[in-house]
Design a protein around this ligand. Structure first.
Ligand SMILES: *Cc1c(COP(=O)(O)O)cnc(C)c1O
Length: 416
């Protein structure tokens, strides 16, 4: 049966040997999932989730009990005062965009302290020209690079003493960069320093790919607001679209005014029957994140054994579900992604090729045979076609399917 999937006997034996070394790592991941499941279940009980919450509204969406209660459950699980959890968010980028436009006004200054933000935000901010960017509205932007994969405390604090910064953006996950992702303990340190120097600066964290990986959330260490996508970690592979913004209540209300319209805010926006999937996705999310992490750890260990550089290494602390494999050449990157595609449940016969994706500056190859379009909590692997040819692999709804994907990808490289 393995051979029917295109996996060689040699690869099966190799992966089985790898797995023997990973028992302890897997146990640690399971323990984190147990804790997160406990968090989720307690939140469901606190808000007495019942079948009535799966009912929907249509039209304007006034008085949508399911939607409003779902937002309370998410806030509780995320350790935030409040949350906006909506299917009307098209993507993580859209939720981040809504947050920026909610808090920034002409003449305000936005500062990124984790270097250049995620590719899709370049046109939103105006790093790349766009007639609807923040810049086009007169919002100023500056950035401070990380040093040795950590915040440049001194530079950030002296910047804040010199200039009035309305909003700070921190991106935890590495995006398409070569840096490490930013842990909660690093966030904790820098946020407490920033709050002493500039308490009114709004600190927003791009939390994409990080939910349920570490015990604490950014808002639990002082971030004012955080943003993530529901076709990543918290959607558990069940949410068909959507995103969240969670944090301080006044900031969540402002985001509501921006997402819909001033005066209507969070009161409107029909759930159209999506709340059951949001809640069920959240219910699955701790286990799904654990499966993704195990898949990442396996790939990390196996690919390093095969002589490739990886980040993070298999036994390193993890901050997000993303696994980098640094191929050093274009051909292996493409083969690996094609192998991931070949082991997908959907579109397994499609052969991904690099292409010019809207929002991205280099050509990108994307392998994703997902039930939900673009979902990267489902096993997916992508990478920009530029040296050092890094694959960004993430997701895996179950570990069994995740390991088959890794096996198929390795077999594909070997075949080539
Ligand atoms: C996925 C992601 C986003 C948002 O991407 P969408 O595809 O628009 O949901 C933003 N920042 C980071 C770091 C991400 O990983």
């Amino acid at each position: 049966m393995y051979q029917e999937l295109g996996i060689s006997k040699e690869t099966v034996e190799f992966i089985q040997k790898c797995e023997q070394k990973l028992e302890k790592s897997f146990k640690k991941i399971d323990e984190q999932a147990d804790l997160n499941s406990l968090k989720v279940l307690n939140a469901f009980h606190k808000y007495q989730i019942s079948e009535v919450h799966f009912n929907m509204t249509t039209g304007y969406g006034y008085g949508d009990l399911g939607r409003d209660t779902t937002e309370k459950v998410f806030a509780e699980v995320l350790g935030a005062e409040d949350a906006l959890v909506r299917g009307q968010f098209i993507s993580g980028t859209h939720a981040l965009t809504v947050a920026f436009f909610s808090y920034l006004r002409p003449g305000d200054l936005l500062l990124s302290i984790s270097g250049t933000p995620y590719d899709t935000l370049h046109e939103v901010i105006g790093i790349k020209e766009n007639t609807s960017s923040l810049k086009s509205f007169g919002v100023l932007y500056d950035e401070i690079d990380l040093v040795n994969d950590d915040f440049d405390d001194e530079k950030i604090l002296s910047y804040l003493k010199k200039k009035k910064v309305k909003m700070i953006e921190i991106q935890r996950s590495k995006g398409y960069s070569t840096r490490k992702s930013l842990s909660i303990s690093k966030l904790d340190r820098i946020i407490s320093k920033i709050k002493k120097v500039s308490p009114s600066t709004i600190i927003m964290v791009d939390n994409c790919y990080c939910e349920f990986v570490e015990e604490k959330t950014p808002t639990e260490v002082g971030a004012d607001v955080m943003v993530g996508s529901l076709i990543k970690n918290l959607g558990g592979g069940i949410a068909p679209n959507g995103a969240y913004i969670a944090g301080r209540k006044d900031l969540i209300d402002l985001a509501g005014e921006r997402l819909t319209c001033p005066g209507e805010g969070r009161e409107v926006g029909p759930s159209l029957g999506i709340t059951k999937q949001f809640l069920q996705g959240l219910f699955f999310a701790p286990s799904v994140v654990a499966s993704s992490l195990k898949t990442a750890v396996l790939a990390s260990y196996a690919m390093e054994e095969l002589g490739y550089q990886v980040e993070p290494r298999w036994d390193e602390e993890r901050v997000d579900i993303v696994q980098n494999i640094i191929f050093g050449n274009k051909e292996d990157l493409i083969s690996y992604c094609q192998g991931i595609q070949m082991a997908s449940p959907v579109d397994s016969n499609a052969v991904p090729e690099p292409w010019d994706m809207p929002g991205y500056e280099d050509q990108v190859i994307m392998a994703a045979g997902a039930f939900t379009q673009g979902s990267s909590i489902e096993l997916s692997c992508d990478g920009p076609i530029r040296p050092p040819y890094i694959a960004y692999m993430q997701g895996g709804l179950t570990y069994s399917y995740g390991r088959l994907g890794v096996m198929r990808a390795i077999s594909q490289i070997k075949k080539k």
